[in-house]
Design a protein around this ligand. Structure first.
Ligand SMILES: C[S@@+](CC[C@H](N)C(=O)[O-])C[C@H]1O[C@@H](n2cnc3c(N)ncnc32)[C@H](O)[C@@H]1O
Ligand code: SF4
Length: 450
């Protein structure tokens, strides 16, 4: 097992954001409400491109590890009421926009978005295509729980033009599956992949987790090897974020069976070695992609981006979020819908945006966001070049002092204005990104640093 130095042990135990945005969601405030969001939508440039995110916060059963915003619906009527609210919100947002915007990316997340069923998906697609101009070659992606994917739903996704599916696998180890209350046979995963591919959905992503109860390096490698047999295009490998104070379902997890920081580090590296040995490229903190994947091309071209779904090639001018808890990004800043499903439905029924909080970006925030994004994507950043694009007078005095300390601890190298994370320190990139995060709120909970 890899030994971690005391510094890295401490760093690994720290709770740091995953930096899918900057500032991160805990910094959003109620000052940005539905009235501000309405003005921001109206002010969008008619020629702007958009990507769309739809959140469905329902699952048939809750996995004990899950940190997502989801619940078990009281009955199927709750799901159909939620679909009605989404339909109303799509019309409402589109009516506020200055034009029928071109859309390059659509993403459905949750929860388990396929829970809405084929006919609701068709209704929603009709509303989306009526209100937006879905560009040829747009990526249309959805998160899938393989245990719940019926042939009918796979066919419906194919008919609606979905191009990518992200399947939750987490682990194939039966002992770990039992400890996290998610029993999923390799056959169920294989069947889902087959159904999706035969419905015409060619791009397949898998999600794996390390750091789960009873997980070992051997069990992680075995799971990675089984995943390779199914040849996904991309794999996301998340470190288990255990936050039982916030997520009641995680209180069922036996904390004494959780691997420590050194074990987590060894698991993450063993999984990475397995994928890299099989020809996958390592992307940023936690993704792997085939060498001919668009994500790999973007990495090589320096055009990789990071958004709420992780690493992406999405470069749209605006992100419009639909559904309870969904986050949008407009030129002025971030907006987030209320996470409370009843309040979300109420707003949609009253013809009101459900935005409950957000954040107005300053020039300095944009600079910090750009530096953090480059570090998270490329593991290197030229501070002067990024500052020149956003706030040329900014000199990073405070950050440079902190970076020098991290350099002497061996985490990174500094060459003039260029900061580069050392190859072996990739798992600690969030520690380096955090140097630029002045908005970081000590009281918030995030995923562990490894
Ligand atoms: C929103 S879930 C949707 C996936 C789908 N519902 C399923 O279960 O297959 C997306 C991914 O988040 C990851 N995830 C959820 N909770 C997590 C946690 N506490 N720590 C790390 N990753 C987590 C899992 O890998 C999961 O597949
Ligand atoms: S991991 Fe997926 S299926 Fe499990 S509770 Fe979370 S969102 Fe639902």
């Amino acid at each position: 097992m890899a030994a971690l130095s005391p510094l890295l042990q401490g760093t690994a135990a720290e709770r740091l954001p995953r930096y899918t945005s900057y500032p991160t969601a805990p910094n959003f405030t109620p000052a940005i409400d539905n009235v501000v969001a309405r003005d921001w939508l109206r002010a969008l440039d008619p020629s702007a491109t958009a990507s769309l995110y739809f959140h469905v916060p329902y699952c048939r059963a809750l996995c004990w590890y899950c940190g997502c915003h989801t619940k078990i619906p009281s009955d199927d009527a709750a799901i159909s009421h939620y679909v009605d609210a989404l339909l109303a919100e799509i019309d409402l947002v589109a009516a506020l926009l200055p034009a029928r915007l071109g859309v390059t990316h659509l993403h459905w997340g949750g929860g388990t978005p396929t829970i809405i069923g084929p006919s609701a998906m068709h209704r929603l697609y009709e509303a989306i295509f009526r209100n937006f101009l879905i560009e040829a070659g747009a990526e249309i992606a959805i998160e899938i729980d393989p245990r719940m994917l019926t042939s009918e739903m796979a066919m419906a996704l194919g008919t609606c033009g979905f191009t990518r599916a992200s399947l939750g696998v987490q682990t194939f180890d039966p002992v770990v599956q039992h400890a996290i209350h998610r029993i999923q046979s390799a056959d169920a995963t294989e069947a889902a992949v087959r159904r999706l591919r035969s419905a015409g959905i060619r791009a397949i992503n898998f999600d794996l987790i390390y750091g789960l109860p009873h997980q070992t390096v051997a069990s992680c490698v075995k799971t990675a090897e089984r995943v390779l047999a199914l040849a996904p295009d991309r794999v996301a490998v998340f470190g288990y974020a255990h936050v039982p104070a916030v997520k009641a379902n995680q209180r069922h997890i036996d904390q004494t069976a959780l691997p420590d920081a050194a074990m987590r580090f060894a698991q993450a590296e063993a999984i990475a070695e397995t994928f890299v040995a099989a020809g996958y490229r390592r992307i940023g903190l936690d993704h792997f992609a085939k060498s001919d994947d668009p994500l790999t091309h973007a990495l090589d071209a320096g055009t990789l981006h990071r958004n709420f779904q992780g690493y992406t090639i999405d470069r749209a001018d605006a992100l419009l979020g639909f559904g309870a808890s969904a986050i949008g990004r407009l030129p002025q800043g971030y907006v987030q819908n209320t996470p409370r499903i009843a309040a979300y439905r109420e707003a949609a029924a009253a013809g009101r945006l459900a935005v409950a909080r957000g954040y107005a970006l300053t020039a300095e925030d944009r600079l910090r966001a750009a530096v953090i994004e480059r570090l998270m994507c490329d593991l290197t950043v030229d501070l002067q070049a990024v500052a020149a694009m956003h706030l040329p007078s900014f000199d990073f005095t405070r950050e440079r002092a902190h970076l020098a300390e991290l350099a002497s601890d061996g985490l990174l190298e500094i060459d003039g204005a260029r900061v580069t994370v050392r190859a072996a320190m990739r798992p600690f990139v969030r520690r380096i990104a955090a140097v630029f995060d002045i908005a970081r709120n000590a009281g918030t909970t995030h995923a562990p640093a490894v």
